[in-house]
Ligand binder design. Structure first.
Ligand SMILES: [Zn+2]
Ligand SMILES: [Zn+2]
Length: 405
């Protein structure tokens, strides 16, 4: 149930970290935190309705929990899919799962993935999911599939955990979340996508390199969105020859700036000199890695078709329902093919993604991936811009004033 609280307008926040008005021992195990101004969150109700703003006067931090002031969030493709009704979601909910922020208050024993204690004022990124840490899936290194997994920006609003998504002034991180401190000197625009797109790109390459090393390999990346472009940069840096496939000319030129050796328009017929088959025939080596980051069933089929003997196909873009894709079992067997699915990521991928962006953000145009930034109160306008697809990401800032009050 959505709490019955009067809507307020998200206004400009003067300081990066709001003052903690009171911290006191709550009757149960936890610390009660009150901020001035009180945190706000944008609640999504259903397709076609504007987000509703709620205020959250108190937050109770259990041991291991962290309250974070959000500096910048970015709108992921899955947020757009949800608001357009392409995937189901438990409403009402606070969307948003790509963001960077600063620690405001910590519950007892709150730690980063390094094991170091977290402190107010630290700038951090955090995982999309959190699990129990003890079930068989967590123990096997698949915490994103924990039997009791919860995902920021994906859960129905609940009393006591209203600040559960990134489209808010603050977020209440729960014990078990992977938290990585990040440098104060980096632009928020390169850090906000780390917790979804960037970390997922790291996970996709990890899934591939268990089978085939990147150095010296031909890699085909399908889809030049945030995951595809980041995977292109990461693979290029590790010595791969990367071919990027995307129907959008602007995205192909971006891919070149992210290190792609070649780009291909998949809409061209096979005989065209710029087609995928022509690009592959020019290559002295067959691709041994394909990363499918577009989610298009035709691209999935092309990815499976493109790799040579002993190769690996990583499917990472297919996160909403599509038609089935045919598989030629004989060609799969004779090529000793490996097909892997990757969904979200483990804490080590978040750490790797943060360190990668810190090291390489200036070498590739990561900053340009966020085309515009809207005020938190203008989230609906931001969603519209994101759906238009002209920019890879749209930013959402609680620190900006609304354009249309
Ligand atoms: Zn996402
Ligand atoms: Zn678990």
């Amino acid at each position: 149930m959505m709490p019955d609280r009067s809507p307020v307008v998200a206004s400009a926040v003067a300081s990066v970290v709001a003052p903690v008005l009171a911290t006191e021992a709550a009757p149960g195990p936890g610390r009660e935190i009150r901020l001035d101004p009180a945190p706000t969150a944008m609640v999504w109700l259903e397709q076609g309705r504007r987000h509703k703003t709620i205020t959250v006067p108190t937050v109770t931090l259990a041991p291991g929990d962290v309250l974070v002031e959000i500096e910048l969030a970015t709108i992921c493709g899955s947020d757009v899919h949800t608001t357009q009704g392409h995937r189901s979601a438990p409403t009402p909910l606070v969307l948003g799962h790509e963001q960077v922020g600063r620690v405001v208050a910590v519950g007892d024993g709150a730690k980063a993935v390094s094991g170091d204690a977290l402190e107010p004022g630290q700038r951090i990124v955090w995982s999309l999911t959190f699990g129990c840490g003890a079930c068989s899936l967590c123990v096997r290194g698949l915490p994103q599939k924990c039997v009791s997994v919860k995902k920021y920006g994906h859960e129905q609003l609940e009393a006591g955990w209203e600040l559960s998504g990134g489209f808010a002034s603050h977020i209440h991180l729960r014990a078990g979340t992977a938290i990585v401190p990040v440098s104060d000197s980096l632009s928020a625009t390169v850090l906000a996508p780390v917790s979804c797109g960037t970390a997922t790109a790291a996970a996709a390459l990890d899934a591939a390199t268990v089978i085939v090393p990147l150095a010296g390999s031909v890699v085909v990346v399908f889809g030049a969105g945030l995951i595809g472009l980041t995977a292109t940069a990461m693979a290029t840096d590790r010595g791969a020859h990367v071919i990027v496939v995307d129907p959008d000319r602007h995205r192909r030129s971006l891919a070149t700036r992210f290190g792609a050796a070649e780009t291909v328009d998949p809409t061209l017929p096979a005989g065209d000199s710029d087609s995928l088959s022509s690009a592959l025939s020019r290559s002295t080596e067959a691709p041994l890695i394909a990363i499918e980051a577009s989610g298009s069933p035709r691209a999935v089929a092309a990815a499976i078709d493109s790799v040579g003997v002993g190769g690996v196909v990583v499917l990472v873009g297919s996160v909403s329902p599509t038609e089935a894709v045919g598989l030629d079992p004989e060609r799969t067997v004779r090529r000793l093919l490996t097909i892997r699915g990757v969904h979200n990521y483990a804490p080590r991928h978040l750490e790797e993604a943060a360190r990668y962006i810190e090291a390489r953000h200036a070498h590739y145009p990561f900053r340009e991936l966020v085309g515009a930034t809207v005020a938190l109160g203008d989230l609906d306008e931001g969603m519209e811009a994101a759906a238009g697809g002209r920019s890879v990401r749209i930013g959402v800032s609680p620190l900006l004033s609304r354009v249309r009050p």
